[in-house]
Design a binder for this molecule. Structure first.
Ligand code: PEP
Ligand code: MG
Length: 316
């Protein structure tokens, strides 16, 4: 079956009624980056950059960033690459951030990065240099407010001026309820949105993302779907594309809902792309839209899963 699905790699991710979805890959390593073209992806929708530094004892230097980024970005020359800046969260925390000398919490995520502007600026400089041969976009994780986005833009613009290059499009991940609430204001200033369904689902439902109950299928919870619907509406009002780059993008019970809600781009592990594409090619967009509209009015994920199974789950 895997082989049969791979035969469709050169075909567009287009529904039966001719609605196109852009398919991108989530990558972190050079080995994964090398598979992007053969997987038939339209570039990278999420380059995770923190993984090489999770066991480090100090902030990465510019050289260390370059050593991590250059091999990956070289393998992606000519392609669209959406590079996410360092995302040191509770589940991805290097020792030097896990505990201060007194055992105190040093902070997390974007506030932590903005409190270390020199370390943050080093990553912007490194991305601009290492990504010069790609169609680079930069994406900020865990954004909660427009002020944070503006602070990031100031650092990026300063790095670009310093290096004598143009600043690439700057977008945000929508994965906090605060970002959903500020979606309209954020859409005015962000070049694009990418919904981090892993974090957004656990945040909205109040479950730790390491809890086994926090599965990708839980993104079908009506509370999460309503948040995604709001985000898509705000983005499209400002002519911004919306991607979903969490694991829900590739989940058969969620993909049709995301399509029906108007998501433009799905980004998934390279190994999942054959199946996602094959599913899209067997779905109707009008059926996904009707499904999503009904799902928004339901009470529980179980009801939504059942609806998806009944109406938008083609056999492969
Ligand atoms: C997400 O939160 O959905 C996401 C894509 O990012 P990560 O899993 O790296 O937090
Ligand atoms: Mg996340």
């Amino acid at each position: 079956r895997r082989l049969a699905l791979a035969q469709e790699r050169h075909l567009p991710a287009r529904t039966l009624d001719e609605h196109d979805i852009i398919l991108r890959a989530n990558v972190a390593t050079q080995a994964e980056a090398r598979t992007v073209l053969t997987a038939g992806a339209d570039g990278v929708g999420l380059l995770r950059t923190e993984l090489p530094f999770l066991n480090r004892a100090a902030w990465p230097t510019r050289n260390q960033h370059a050593a991590a980024l250059v091999p990956v970005l070289r393998a992606l020359a000519g392609q669209t690459v959406t590079a996410r800046t360092l995302d040191f969260a509770d589940d991805k925390l290097p020792p030097f951030l896990a505990k201060g000398l007194e055992g105190e919490r040093l902070g997390r995520g974007l506030p932590l990065m903005l409190a270390q502007p020199d370390a943050f600026a080093d990553q912007f400089r490194s991305l601009l240099s290492a990504g010069a041969d790609t169609d680079l976009r930069i994406m900020i994780p865990m954004v909660a407010s427009v002020d944070e986005l503006r602070a990031c833009r100031a650092l990026l613009d300063a790095a670009a001026v310093e290096l004598g290059v143009g600043a690439p499009p700057l977008g945000i991940m929508v994965e906090l309820p605060e970002a959903v609430a500020a979606a309209d204001e954020l859409a005015r200033e962000a070049a694009f949105f990418s919904i981090g369904s892993n974090d957004l689902t656990s945040q909205i439902l109040g479950i730790d993302r390491r809890d086994p109950a926090a599965t990708p299928a839980m993104a079908a919870h009506p509370a999460v779907l309503n948040a995604i619907a709001e985000v898509v509406t705000a983005a499209h009002r400002h002519h911004r594309q919306v991607s979903v780059c969490g694991d829900a993008a590739a989940h058969p019970l969620v993909t049709p809902l995301l399509i029906g809600l108007g998501v433009d781009i799905l980004s998934a592990a390279p190994s999942a792309l054959d199946e996602v594409r094959a599913r899209i090619r067997r779905l109707r967009y009008d059926a996904c839209s009707s499904l999503a509209a009904i799902a928004l009015t339901r009470e529980s994920p179980e009801e939504v899963w059942q609806l998806v199974q009944q109406t938008c789950m083609p056999s492969l």
